[in-house]
Design a protein around this ligand. Structure first.
Ligand code: PLP
Length: 411
């Protein structure tokens, strides 16, 4: 793929919406390639969040004054925006959480308490983020259940044909990531859901890396739970979503106890509120939810197809360039991949690479990427990860490539 063939939406216009990108870091124009960790926020989101600090602020669902009414209305409108974006059947199926991690912990805890008992099994994959491993492990330990693991190959593809061998009559749930945060692999979640449902097993999708790249239709997908974070899809930090089918949410107990999640409290017995409130104890991050809905509005105004083609072209361009560098190994080359490239360069420690790139104004991630089992699979301690968003450009990829060539020459 040559640079000139790339389909270009109006990126310079889009970049103007992201003031942070125009800065210099360490004296160099910022190149932000750490989008899989957290993405930047458009001015529309920043303004909306500021509005709810500067002019309007009142706790939701609790009072009848002007501010309380305004925030409650904006919060519940945000829930409807999310419902519509995900095509959930009803707003009651949209729970605001602090992020993917809390969403998964909620299901692991509440679903585990209701449906998992001694000798049962839960299946995850070997390419999960720690957020989709540890909560299940903790739940299995608590309930006396077993965690089983679907492996992947060196190419970064799930060996999902092995799923049949892993599933037994004891399987209570399958939790799988839509997209690997290390390998970029887009997993065949529709197939996995169909297979699981043919055996009456519910499926939780970790959408932390999927939702920023794909328009999700939870009804078409037929997933039982879908979890994601606002800060990875151009929204604020500290806000996330758990979608769950009503048939499950009605039947599982609350995760946190406190205000708003109750119907009636006495010292002998407490009854719980309806969904989604049953799962939103305490004051939620309502400003975050409102900001996330603004990010969704922003995404809805972009040309979805053009943007995803552009992101794919950026990935292809970066892959082609990086492969020209001798001694550079890319981990995960699935045919269906999002804009995430994890790699190492022989003879350069990933932390040195990250630090030196930072001095050149280029932000990448280096470390274990919250995915120890993936590091173990490839027998490495750490990796460097560059991850792209629609506001990145081919010029930035070119600068990144040239920076790597310079650094390689230095070592
Ligand atoms: N799942 C995946 C695939 C991720 O990439 C991440 C974060 O990087 C998470 C879960 C956890 O997301 P958060 O830290 O926003 O809760």
């Amino acid at each position: 793929m040559s640079i000139t063939n790339i389909m270009i939406p109006d990126i310079s216009k889009i970049r103007k919406d992201f003031p942070i990108l125009g800065q210099k870091v360490n004296g160099k124009p910022l190149i932000y390639f750490d989008n899989a960790a957290t993405s930047q926020r458009p001015i529309q989101v920043i303004d909306r969040v500021n509005e709810f600090s500067l002019r309007i602020n009142g706790n939701i669902h609790r009072a009848t004054h002007f501010f309380a009414n305004k925030t409650t209305e904006a919060y519940e409108n945000a829930r409807e925006t999310l419902r519509s974006y995900l095509n959930a059947e009803e707003t009651a199926e949209i729970i605001f959480t602090h992020g993917t991690t809390e969403s998964i912990n909620l299901v692991a805890h509440s679903f585990g308490d209701a449906f998992v008992t001694v000798g049962d099994e839960v299946i995850v994959t070997a390419m999960e983020h720690h957020a989709n491993i540890v909560p299940w492990q903790m739940m299995c330990q608590r309930r006396g259940a077993t965690l089983k693991v679907l492996p992947f190959g060196d190419d970064g593809l799930l060996q999902h044909e092995l799923l049949d061998q892993l599933i037994t009559e004891k399987t209570r749930l399958i939790a799988v990531t839509q997209v690997s945060n290390v390998l970029g692999t887009v997993n065949p979640i529709a197939e996995i859901i169909t297979k699981a449902h043919s055996k009456n097993i519910p499926v939780l999708i970790d959408g932390a890396q999927g939702a920023p790249h794909f328009k999700i239709d939870v009804q078409a997908l037929d997933c039982d739970f879908y979890a994601f974070s606002g800060h990875k899809m151009y929204g604020p930090t500290g806000i996330g979503v758990l979608y769950g089918k009503r048939k499950w949410l009605d039947r599982i107990p609350p995760f946190f106890g406190g205000g708003e999640m109750i119907d009636k409290v006495t010292f002998t017995q407490t009854t719980y509120n309806e969904i989604p409130y049953k799962f939103e104890a305490g004051t939620p991050h309502y400003v975050g939810a409102i900001g996330l809905a603004t990010a969704i509005d922003y995404l809805n105004n972009l040309d979805n197809i053009l943007i995803s083609r552009y992101e794919h072209d950026l990935l292809m361009e970066a892959t082609t360039r990086l492969k020209q560098i001798e001694g550079l190994r890319i981990y995960g080359e699935a045919p269906e991949k999002v804009g995430v490239i994890s790699f190492n360069i022989k003879g350069i420690h990933p932390f040195d690479l990250g630090t030196l790139l930072d001095q050149m104004g280029i932000a990448v991630r280096s470390g274990r990427l919250c995915a120890d089992p993936v590091m173990d699979h490839y027998g490495v301690e750490n990796m460097v990860r560059a991850s792209f968003a629609f506001y990145n450009t081919v010029e930035e990829i070119d600068a990144f490539y040239r920076a790597l060539i310079r650094l390689k020459a230095m070592f």
